[in-house]
Design a protein around this ligand. Structure first.
Ligand code: SF4
Ligand code: SF4
Length: 129
């Protein structure tokens, strides 16, 4: 499950994520981070589901971090996509690639919802819901 974390000024310098990894034993992966002295935004991937995922999200929230789950990152209109590949190289996380049959594939767990591919597509086949 991909989750966006928003750290406010009051908690941005606390080692909340590492504490939660140690406490739960779940190896949370950071996909993207934008942090300064005032606030921080992280996109993370949590390899857990069900009660364990809820426990982790609650630990973030109890620590003063907003945790927003990504249900769906992108919608690709396959009727419009002409498989030109213009969205592939700008993607910073390599979440888009061609399959062996040259159709486009989105690897959902790698997508950090940055929106770069939306702007790169010449036929507006990609949308963010
Ligand atoms: S929104 Fe597009 S460019 Fe950004 S990570 Fe996801 S697939 Fe890649
Ligand atoms: S840029 Fe648009 S048309 Fe080209 S492969 Fe990507 S989604 Fe398809």
């Amino acid at each position: 499950m991909r989750v966006k974390l928003i750290y406010s000024h009051g908690v941005v310098e606390k080692p909340i994520l590492s504490s939660i990894v140690l406490k739960t034993g779940i190896p949370i992966n950071i996909l993207e981070a934008r942090i300064n002295a005032q606030k921080g935004e992280l996109i993370i991937s949590i390899p857990a589901s069900g009660e364990k995922l809820e426990e982790i999200l609650n630990l973030f929230r109890e620590s003063g971090v907003q945790a927003q789950e990504f249900i769906e990152t992108l919608r690709i209109d396959w009727e419009k996509c002409v498989a030109c590949g213009a969205c592939i190289s700008p993607c910073p996380t390599r979440a888009l690639r061609f399959r062996e049959d040259w159709t486009l594939e989105l690897i959902e767990e790698k997508c950090v919802a940055c929106g770069i591919c939306v702007a790169a597509c010449p036929v507006k086949a990609i949308n963010m819901p």
